[in-house]
Write a protein that binds this ligand. Structure first.
Ligand code: AMP
Ligand code: MG
Length: 421
């Protein structure tokens, strides 16, 4: 490379040779995690959001009995007319929950409702819209199919079939499915315990008075909110001063009670930044700089058997690094099966500025344009202290390390905040 080319790169590039890429950081984090294996059986409703410890297998047929899929008339399929019409006497009625118990003779049919058990000897339902009824008899025309409109016992699940696979995070559909199988409890994995604290002499808790240079600790609130969306037990350890002994004590208290320790701020190498040096002293540093923006000073390692994340101090950086790295780590630790993070290619509706060197997670708003197409636009000013940009965003716009910005109309990668779970 010529000298002038090297100079040009120095000015325009934002790359720090001491940092690792975001992909490499995530790979190292996930490689360092052994999923939790302790199991407990808990009542159905409390299992919402938890992860199944084993395959949950059906003990019954679903549906339980062969039943009607429609409102209509049940009869033997071989009695259907192959030409013209045939008339049947309505000999009884079968409701959902109140089956018809008698026999059905030749020339008879049974009025039947959706979900009602099929009467003995009947294998076909003709829907009510396709018959003409007069008094006690119905007339059916040719063209009906034998076996139609019937749900067979065990058609959805037979005994022994896996209903919910091990490693599934239980959502509303799983709760309903488990209930439909008669389970009042589910076997789930223990939740990870996560302890977190903020560091910084300038931080005050809400309710306290601010002196010059003080600010309210918001990171413990965003962390509380994000962790609450995940499958964890929370331990909030408050604010710790920028003092090496206090930070060390904080690390030890957190590691004693939790599987994961999260701190915010003090993560760089300024004069009041003690997080990395403490991790070095009483734990192990895996990495401490990642080529992302915001969020470059991100430490990851271990302390006394717990996973450790030293997040940056800036409020937006905390949210970005949590969502990109910590959330994935918690999923892996929880025993959840790997699920791809939803990323979409969406046309851009605004101008994005960026310097090459780091992957950028800009805050975006997905919306519809006048033609009804989904587009994404910037929330505006992208400073890492501007928490407002997160509060109005509904997605990250991910710009690759080599990108030098993007223009309206270009396709950009978008990661929506709410995930399919
Ligand atoms: P630091 O990494 O300690 O230099 O912090 C970077 C920036 O984030 C500083 O402007 C801090 O005041 C700010 N900051 C650190 N912790 C918090 C917090 N808990 N809540 C809000 N802002 C914070
Ligand atoms: Mg600080």
């Amino acid at each position: 490379m010529s000298k002038s080319a090297a100079n040009t790169q120095d000015i325009s590039c934002d790359f720090d040779p001491g940092s690792i890429s975001a992909d490499e950081a995530l790979r190292r984090i996930l490689a360092d995690i052994t999923p939790i294996h302790q199991t407990e059986s808990i009542s159905l409703r409390t299992a919402l959001g938890r992860v199944t410890a084993i395959d949950v297998k059906s003990r019954v047929n679903v549906p339980n009995h062969t039943n009607s899929a429609m409102d209509g008339y049940a009869l033997k399929g071989d009695a259907l007319p192959s030409e013209d019409t045939a008339t049947f006497k309505v000999a009884g009625i079968s409701f959902a929950g109140k089956p018809f118990r008698g026999g059905v003779r030749s020339g008879e049919c049974i009025r039947i409702m959706t979900g009602a058990v099929m009467p003995e000897g009947c294998d076909t339902v003709v829907t009510q819209e396709r018959v003409s009824r007069e008094g006690d008899s119905v007339t059916i025309s040719e063209g009906e199919s034998a076996g139609a409109n019937v749900r067979q016992a065990g058609e959805d699940l037979a005994p022994g079939d896996v209903a919910i696979a091990a490693g599934t995070r239980i959502g509303p559909a799983h709760l309903g499915l488990a209930a439909s199988l008669g389970f009042s409890e589910l076997p789930v994995l223990r939740r990870p315990r996560v302890a977190f604290f903020s560091t910084g002499d300038e931080l005050r808790s809400v309710g306290e008075v601010l002196e010059t240079g003080d600010l309210y600790d918001s990171n413990r609130y965003t962390l509380f909110g994000m962790l609450s969306e995940d499958n964890v037990e929370l331990v909030d350890l408050g604010i710790v001063r920028d003092d090496p002994n206090a930070i060390r004590q904080g690390f030890e208290d957190a590691a004693d009670c939790a599987d994961v320790v999260i701190t915010s701020a003090g993560a760089s190498v300024g004069d009041a930044d003690y997080v990395k040096q403490t991790l070095d002293a009483i734990g192990a540093v895996n990495f401490w700089k990642v080529a992302i923006k915001p969020g470059r000073p991100l430490s990851f390692g271990n302390v006394k058997g717990s996973l450790f994340f030293g997040l940056p101090g800036n409020p937006v950086s905390v949210m970005v690094t949590y969502q990109i790295f910590v959330r994935e780590a918690i999923r892996r630790l929880s025993g959840e099966r790997d699920a791809p993070v939803l990323k979409l290619q969406v046309p851009l509706a605004s101008n994005l500025r960026k310097r090459p060197g780091r992957v950028e997670y800009q805050r975006g708003v997905l919306s519809k344009d006048d033609a009804g197409n989904t587009v994404v636009s910037s929330t505006g000013e992208q400073g890492s202290g501007i928490l407002h940009s997160m509060s109005v965003a509904n997605c990250f716009i991910i710009l690759p390390a080599e990108s030098d910005g993007a223009q309206p109309g270009e396709l950009v990668q978008v990661q929506p905040f709410s995930q399919f779970t």
